[in-house]
Design a protein around this ligand. Structure first.
Ligand SMILES: *Cc1c(COP(=O)(O)O)cnc(C)c1O
Length: 419
């Protein structure tokens, strides 16, 4: 079931007014839905001594959204300087932030250490000597390679650029200890948009085994394990949702067995992005052109700059036309943007009600990796973001980009070299 039905129920009655006031296109997010999912996540893992979610900032990097995450008690998973700054801008400090960069550069290490630092999650053993001030608490990202199969978005672990190889893990922690590390965590992220909870349970089991192995070798204890993000959502109407309760229960079982053998358990951390906000966002557009050639094209007032997933991954995003909800499909159409790229299509050969120019279309499940992934090819600008508050008001939380923003990098001090 794409887009939460409660969100639809709250949004559709006010949609025409919202569109008239703010103008399309816009992404709109549902505070009540985000809070409901956050509470469900905490409930599912209540059987574990200590559970923490570090919201993956890249999914929806907007301060108003990050404030909601903080009020749920969540921290932040960052992988860039901009994401670190955003997290700190809403007040997160120290161990409320996990920094999971890859191919990390010196500026990123410096930023990570600012304002009370953060949990540093290193992606390679060779980064150990490159950390300017080595922290007491250190985490490494693990890549299981041939031990796991991964999935479509994140790729096969053996081909994935992330993390330590299995045979580097013990040496990495040893080197970290030599640099003064005394507290330890371990991290992995093997799959993306995965709705089969057994895959996540398998990941937790894998990390617990690795913790046993490294603890035995080095005589250290792990404070936490981070199972990554990757919890999937149903984008298609026929997709079953992830069984969150089963995931929580089975993981609690694994932690219970670990506790009975070792007399303690690490904290369980997770860094879900998509699962937290994906279904609680929608891209609202207006049909501006209807074109009949070999196929029928519905041209809308947004393009890939607002939502890359269909063009980039061939991802399915459900589309509804709220004013024509009961109408039978009127033959397949392609819903397209205005980019000079033929993959600039929000839907391909989709059965939709008869669409006229001026109709408002709702593109579902754009709450994660939607606006944030947009790019400016062709000089196309990114749209505004709105937040439907729990009290029913609608707030502008990011303005649309302007041409002045776009041309800003053309204003600079002259610089010429004659080598
Ligand atoms: C992108 C990313 C996430 C979030 O992934 P979702 O699929 O949105 O849950 C979490 N952790 C890391 C390291 C990531 O790169």
């Amino acid at each position: 079931m794409p887009m939460s039905p409660e969100f639809e129920k709250r949004l559709y009655p006010v949609l025409a007014k919202v569109a008239a006031h703010f103008g399309t296109p816009f992404h709109i997010y549902d505070e009540a839905g985000i809070r409901r999912t956050g509470e469900a996540l905490k409930r599912a893992f209540a059987g574990i001594d200590a559970f923490s979610e570090y919201f993956a900032v890249k999914a929806l990097p907007n301060p108003r959204i990050l404030e909601i995450m903080r009020s749920l008690g969540f921290g932040f998973d960052c992988s860039s300087i901009a994401e670190l700054r955003l997290s700190r801008r809403v007040g997160a400090r120290g161990e409320e932030i996990m920094f999971t960069s890859n191919n990390t550069g010196p500026e990123e290490f410096l930023e990570a250490a600012r304002e009370g630092g953060c949990i540093l999650n290193l992606d390679d053993i060779r980064l150990v000597p490159k950390v300017p001030e080595f922290p007491e608490l250190i985490c490494f990202r693990y890549n299981p390679g041939p031990r796991r199969t991964g999935n479509a978005i994140i790729g096969n672990p053996i081909e994935a650029k992330y993390g330590l190889a299995h045979d580097q893990v013990v040496a990495a922690y040893r080197r970290a200890m030599e640099r003064g590390a005394r507290r330890f965590g371990i991290h992995t992220m093997v799959v993306s948009n995965e709705r089969n909870h057994s895959v996540m349970v398998h990941t937790v089991a894998m990390l617990l085994e690795l913790i046993e192995e490294v603890s035995r070798e080095l005589g250290i204890r792990f404070e936490f394990m981070n199972m990554g993000g990757g919890l999937g959502i149903p984008y298609r109407p026929e997709d079953p949702p992830l069984d969150l309760a089963a995931l929580g229960a089975e993981v609690a079982g694994l932690f219970g067995r670990f506790a009975s053998t070792h007399g303690y358990t690490p904290r369980l951390a997770m860094e879900s992005g998509r699962f937290m906000t994906g279904p609680h966002g929608a891209l609202v557009v207006t049909a501006i052109n209807r074109k009949e050639i070999y196929r029928t094209y519905i041209g809308v007032d947004a393009c890939m700059s607002a939502l890359m997933r269909p063009g980039m991954y061939g991802a399915y995003h459900h589309i509804t036309v709220p004013a024509k909800l009961g109408a039978p499909p009127a033959g397949p159409v392609d819903v397209v943007g205005s980019l000079c790229e033929n993959n600039d299509k929000f839907a391909v050969q989709r059965g939709l009600p008869p669409i006229d120019e001026g109709d408002i279309l709702v593109i579902h499940d754009t709450g994660a990796h939607g606006h944030s992934m947009g790019f400016n090819y062709n000089g196309k600008l990114r749209p505004k973001e709105l937040l439907l508050r729990s009290d029913g008001t609608v707030e502008l939380i990011r303005r649309a980009e302007t041409l002045a923003d776009h041309f800003a990098t053309l204003d600079f001090a002259p610089d010429r070299l004659a080598p």
